[in-house]
Design a binder for this molecule. Structure first.
Ligand code: HEM
Length: 449
């Protein structure tokens, strides 16, 4: 149906979980706009919500902590047993005692511990941590001449980086990576969640005994005095809040840079500009920040009832026609890609440095990268919350796996007290992660960072 002429839904809820929404979310945002700044949606079968699509109304909700709670224990339908406890939407919406789902003083205490710890990550440190991981991952596919940049690169880089930022030793890092991947892919999520909890508790115990220069140790040392349970919940939240959007920031910006439509690379589009464009137009967290009104609230003509989910469409707010062009062009930060108000992303600076470094490394290593399929054939992952490609297949001139080779070579001279290393062929080192060991322990074996 023609986007302009689509009728406004009268009573009908717009579905945000089907293939049509994944293929063209703007169609739904436009339909809702015809209603006003907010409208009725279905996040998943049986999960009703109000979606805020107007920029001004979004800010109003995000900043009003008196009328709107983030604690999803206010969710009436869940409390009344209308939502099965194994509903797939619950991992993103059910209460957990972390920054995202708490209000007032409880939120302030947790958030301060998290923001103060993240603030200790400076740009130099982040670049230093990202670069060898990027080199390692590029070496995994550089000789093939083909790759899926989403699954071979953008997905793995933040996972491995979090191992480093959290100070994970080899075994814990392998479990963390595989458990988080399984949770994101929805594979045996219950078991993966148990593994994740166990390995984070092990990490916390280790860091209490042997503190390091890492986020886990900084959280432990924070004057807020978080308990082990609280530490575990904040670490899980940091991984969830960081890994998935980071992957999609990298993936969506790479698509823009490689797109023949925008001729991103030929037009001299800088990486930072591509990231800004993505934050405005394909923002990784498209719809989230679920609020629960504590009383019925009129959102520009649509009444959001007390205890029902009100979801902010960061994507629709950013493209709200009421946001004039001058503001879009001159106020770089007017977009809502990082949220706003007391729950705004505390990691927007590190998140951008990670993405820029990852993309820079890739484009420098493989300068003739190009999409391996027509852009129109790329698929977007269904789901109400993210804007995420399924895959990003690319082709390029094969290049030798130089970083693994030189890291291995530099280790043929053993350090004092170390066994000499058999000169392992690069090919074996490249295949090892997939077969025997985890990615993280293999990376640590080779690069010793
Ligand atoms: C290093 C990577 C990242 C980390 C560690 C991180 C961490 C966090 C944390 C802890 C929060 C919760 C704050 C609170 O409730 O007080 C948050 C919120 C948020 N983050 Fe990030 N983030 C990262 C990357 C990103 C990226 C790439 C995006 C998207 C461009 C993003 C967008 C957001 C948004 C929109 C919120 C607000 C969500 C809400 O209010 O429900 N973050 N982030």
């Amino acid at each position: 149906m023609d986007r302009q002429s689509a009728p406004a839904p009268t009573g009908a809820r717009c579905p945000m979980h089907d293939a049509a929404f994944a293929a063209d979310p703007d169609q739904i945002y436009d339909r809702l706009r015809a209603h006003g700044p907010a409208g009725p949606v279905e996040l998943a079968p049986g999960i009703d919500a109000t979606l805020v699509v107007g920029h001004e109304t979004a800010l109003r909700v995000l900043q009003n902590t008196t009328l709107f709670a983030r604690d999803s224990r206010h969710w009436k339908a869940l409390n009344e047993g209308h939502i099965p406890l194994d509903h797939p939407v619950l991992p993103m919406m059910a209460y957990r005692p972390n920054c995202l789902f708490t209000d007032g003083a409880v939120h302030l205490r947790l958030r301060k511990a998290v923001t103060d710890s993240l603030a200790r990550l400076n740009i130099t440190r982040i670049r230093r941590d990202v670069e060898p991981i990027a080199d390692y991952l590029i070496d995994q596919f550089s000789e093939r001449g083909r790759a899926d940049l989403l699954n071979d690169y953008a997905k793995l880089l933040p996972l491995l980086l979090f191992n480093k930022l959290f100070g994970c030793p080899a075994g814990i890092g392998d479990t963390l990576t595989s458990a988080m991947s399984a949770i994101f892919d929805g594979k045996d999520a219950l078991r993966a969640n148990e593994e994740l909890t166990a390995c984070l508790m092990e990490l916390i115990a280790l860091k209490r005994r042997q503190p390091g220069d890492d986020v886990t140790s900084w959280l432990i040392q924070h004057p807020a005095g978080l308990t082990d349970e609280e530490l575990k919940d904040q670490l899980v939240m940091l991984m969830g809040a960081g890994v998935e959007p980071e992957r999609n920031l990298i993936g969506n910006a790479l698509l823009l840079l490689l797109s023949p439509d925008t001729s991103g690379r030929d037009s001299g589009l800088l990486i930072g500009e591509a990231i800004d464009h993505v934050l405005w137009n394909q923002t990784p967290i498209a719809n989230y920040a679920t609020h629960y009104p504590v009383q019925d609230v009129d959102l520009g003509g649509v009444v959001a009832e007390a205890g029902t989910p009100v979801v902010i469409s960061f994507a629709a707010a950013n493209t709200d026609p009421a946001l004039d062009e001058a503001r879009r062009r001159h106020s770089k930060g007017a977009h809502l890609a990082w949220g706003a108000g007391p729950h705004a992303c505390p990691a927007k600076d590190p998140a951008q440095v990670i993405a820029v470094t990852a993309i820079e490394k890739l484009l420098n290593a493989l300068p003739d990268l190009m999409l391996a399929v027509p852009e129109k054939d790329l698929q977007w992952r269904p789901g109400p919350f993210h804007r995420a490609l399924v895959a990003l297949p690319v082709a390029f001139s094969p290049a030798p796996a130089t970083h693994i080779a030189s890291a291995l070579q530099s280790r043929t001279v053993p350090a004092a007290g170390e066994q000499p290393l058999p000169t392992a062929p690069v090919a074996a080192a490249r295949q090892e992660p997939a077969r025997k060991k985890g990615f993280w322990s293999t990376f640590l074996d080779i690069f010793r960072v």
